[in-house]
Design a binder for this molecule. Sequence first.
Ligand SMILES: C[S@@+](CC[C@H](N)C(=O)[O-])C[C@H]1O[C@@H](n2cnc3c(N)ncnc32)[C@H](O)[C@@H]1O
Length: 347
Amino acid sequence: MMDTVAYQKKVSDYFSAACVQMVLQLAKDVGILDILFSAEQPLTSVKIAELGKLKERYVREIIGALATSEIIQVDESSTQFHIPDDHKAILRRVTAFGKVAHCMGQRMGQMKDILSKDGPDGMRFDGDLFGAFEETRILTQDSILDNDILACLPEVKDRLEKGIDVAEFGCAQGILLLNLAARYPKSTFLGSDISESCVEKARTLAAERELTNVSFEVYDLLDLPETINNSFDWIFLRDTLHDLPSPAKALQGIKQALREDGTASIVEIGMQGKLADVKGDIVWARMFSLSTFLCIPESFQRQSSDAFGACWGVEKARQLIKDAGFTLVKEYFSEKNTASVNYVCQL
Ligand SMILES: C[S@@+](CC[C@H](N)C(=O)[O-])C[C@H]1O[C@@H](n2cnc3c(N)ncnc32)[C@H](O)[C@@H]1O
């Protein structure tokens, strides 16, 4: 157990981080970050305000928060501010997640109702949240595909080059699948999601990119149509199985859709060990928090749900995959993303 001084600091730091996050999101939304991203030399708060058509007094306060938190750099005179080039890409990527935190805040009232014994069981993802997911996915797509999904699948990569049939279930706006369709023109791709608005968006993006080897359908993973039985050489799901009321039922559908010599990649959040083993690790504190506001409510699509949540743990996932009748041929923990595991399954 930590001493009271360390405990005081830890709890206060969470509050401080939440405050800084709010200002960071504001700086992004009013264009202050973009001004600093495109600046070729350090800028004063007056110049930032002028460029952004903003009130200098507020800009100065925001810049104070960003500089003292070391998100941006300040010179010795405390008047000139900049973001070093090698910080820019990182900051762009990380701030893409800010809207997800904002959506959590918007859900606070409904979450209180949901928690109440007589309140609703859950709450579905909505347009704002899908928009937030899309923003993060646009910036992280190559890293997810290369580091979390394909890194452990050299044989699937070979087959993708030659031409195979691929499906992704729970694809949201299809950002990952569209990326793959552009990379591997000899393969064909089917993306599906239960959200009609996401599927519509994915179709629009495919048309804009003039991709003819990819299509999108609205499917419920718990009720996949028989017409797609035995249709795919590689099926993948990312960050979706734990959001379902019954992951076991979904795995049965995936099995049906897979060809006999096919491979399924279930890419999941992979918490190893028990709570006590990961305590103090902010990544898992974040995952449990996200899961509370997003994953558990989403999984209550039907009256009863397994409601595993994002931190369901590798032991449970492993068992479910085996119980579904898959052979778990590989478990790959991403080197870049400590929370991601790719369960590589075959029939
Ligand atoms: C956390 S998002 C992950 C999206 C995408 N795979 C990614 O990594 O960016 C989970 C997705 O699962 C979808 N989903 C939830 N329940 C579903 C169901 N019963 N059938 C199909 N998709 C579902 C949601 O609409 C959402 O797009």
